[in-house]
Design a protein around this ligand. Sequence first.
Ligand code: ZN
Length: 96
Amino acid sequence: MTKLRPIQALHLANTLKKSTEWKIQVYEKSILSGTDDSFTSFCRTMKETEDIELRMISGLIEFIKSESKTSCKHPKKIQDTDPNGAVYCMKCGEDI
Ligand SMILES: [Zn+2]
């Protein structure tokens, strides 16, 4: 397996965040429209779990962003895009 670039890690984390937000919305809908039965209480528990997960993913996104800050000061004209769509500097090889 090839090494994950920060930009790819960020993309993955953002995808994970979107799917978690979507799950929370579905549970919220079920909680609001449901009668107070065991299914509603299941949805409440699941929503709480997803809320915690969403906070963890948000923390992860902040971490990736802080770690992937580039120190490259080379001009933009020597930047190139690799086959995965990630922009990098041709002089020092850093991801932009
Ligand atoms: Zn550079």
